[in-house]
Design a protein around this ligand. Sequence first.
Ligand code: SF4
Length: 701
Amino acid sequence: MTEPTKTTCPYCGVGCGVLVMPQADGTVSVRGDPDHPANLGRLCSKGAALGETLGTAGRLLHPRIADERVSWDQALDRVAGRLGEIVAEHGPEAVAFYVSGQLLTEDYYVANKLMKGFIGGANIDTNSRLCMASSVAGYKRALGADTVPCDYADLEAAELIVLVGSNTAWCHPVVYQRIKQAKQANPDRQIVVIDPRRTASCEIADLHLPIAPGTDTVLFNGLLNWLRREDALDWTFLESHTEGFAAAFTTARESAGSVPRVAAACGLPESELADFYRRFARTERVVTLYSQGVNQWSFGTDKVNAIINCHLATGRIGRPGMGPFSITGQPNAMGGREVGGLANQLAAHMDFAPEDIDRVGRFWQADGIARAPGLKAVEMLRAVEEGKIKAIWVMATNPAVSMPDADRVRAALRACELVICSDLFADTDTARCADVLLPAAGWGEKEGTVTNSERCISRQRAFLDPPGEARPDWWILAEVARRMGFADAFPYRSAAEVFREHAALSAFENDGRRDFDIGALADLAATDYDRLTPVQWPLPAGREAARLFADGRFYTPNGKARFIAITPRPPATAPDDDYPLVLNTGRIRDQWHTMTRTGLAPRLSSHIAEPFVQIRPVDAAAHGLSRGGIAELTSRWGRMLARIEVDADQRPGSVFVPMHWSDTLARQARADALVNPVTDPVSGQPEFKHTPVQVSLFRAA
Ligand code: SF4
């Protein structure tokens, strides 16, 4: 009997292991891998339906230029030639790569090396900027490096789990299953959900705090103040392993104040707020698990640090069952963070410090390596609009749907001198803006690795031949690099060779500097790639991997974690008479991103078949809306249509719309066309969670 292929789910950042077995009828069976540490055999509805999303329906099968089929040689020559001409005429900053947390680490590595090492600009950024950049920035500010200090087993070891801005039940379903089973096994385990909406995750909550949108910094500043007042701080840890507490505490006390003041600011009952504070103060093993509801704000980094401050103050980090735990949205957002997928990073967790530039430049033998950060996602698309960027290569993502102010992004792409799009599908909103389309191999068709939210590296393995002429992204990039004159630096014949180089760079000239251990994969450089089993970093050469921060030492120059003083700020734009309601966007249980893959599985679409807007009964009545009709939503940035769902689980004054639908799937259905493109000044992450909108009846039921 043939052995199943061990691979990894390509959807969310939980990173579940999957066993795939081809069937006699040409289909494949998919089940959870009982040996994978992320899911231990579990799968959610999306993972279980993976076999239904394979096949050639809608696939881009051949390279195309100006909608004509061409050979790979013609397409690659055109891409390399035009990029080279534009760089020669306008400089390296005139070209950009917009990449994706869907790419495998090997793809990401080659894209980053080509742009930053050899084209010599740093305009490569990822759609992960839209989902977790604030957590990256928050960890770096507090811990000295982008290091998630928890793993999934901590959720089972915790006595209190605080879910903040995370509908885990729908967005990270297997993590939710693990939490739920842990709760069933021990009903004394406490769950607190902090979210403006009453979501599916509240099913297991002991307490739900329906916080006013954007007031989390006040709530966690208030908690810091409470912990100090109740003498619940860990002074030994605080004095030995942290710095900056006095300033952070003073700012927290002055900005948040007493429980009644915090409760009023957050729109919460005093008794329930105090209940949460008491639970946090008296429970030793606390994990605060957070996601897009924390990150996607113009002050998302401050939210992250307000949470981390409370863990540092109580010494609840670096030990089992505790810590501030950001879970990533995409399957390889973390892998991108490791290899420089963000415009402000180099590779192997290095930044643009002179010694880092020198180290990476010598490893790559790249004399022309970029010396300064590039443009972050929203800035990058703005530079396309302004004509400063004349060529953009979009890989494995759909910014014409998923970027804030999406109409403007689509118009910018249409007007851009050269748009290259490598993707699985020919008919996405973004692919329709492209001059050159390059067929990419997808899940099950290529080899590579991904890293999940708990820093666990897993293999994705091929079990199908790519359809038509589709090729892996790393191959496409390397072929373009060769044609641009960089053949010596891009000699790869397999994903394994790329991975070995990435692992070797992570350990290059490790001269004992502790921060070089972050993400160091020295031992993996020599590992048999085909036999690579899930492994968590850091993996310092010659030493046992240990729990991060177990010794109380952090990746800052003096080894101490930093408190960050947080002065709460309001969202960028307040509701007014013209736009009186607050739009919140997010995911639904059975769809992924812009539905290019999950939309292929009928049973996934049967969960929720069309875009909707959820609105509280009192707000629906005030705006003349009734269940089943079509609403028109408008903001200062755009317009969309959606089915009306009257829903008592929404906060008064707030509406919720899913982010998944595109104009390819339904008319005027792109939620992100409405979204304010303002970004966090620290992280560059947009404010997807707070756009003032008007909602009116477009058509009655
Ligand atoms: Fe895939 Fe995420 Fe579901 Fe796991 S939880 S099966 S990684 S979508």
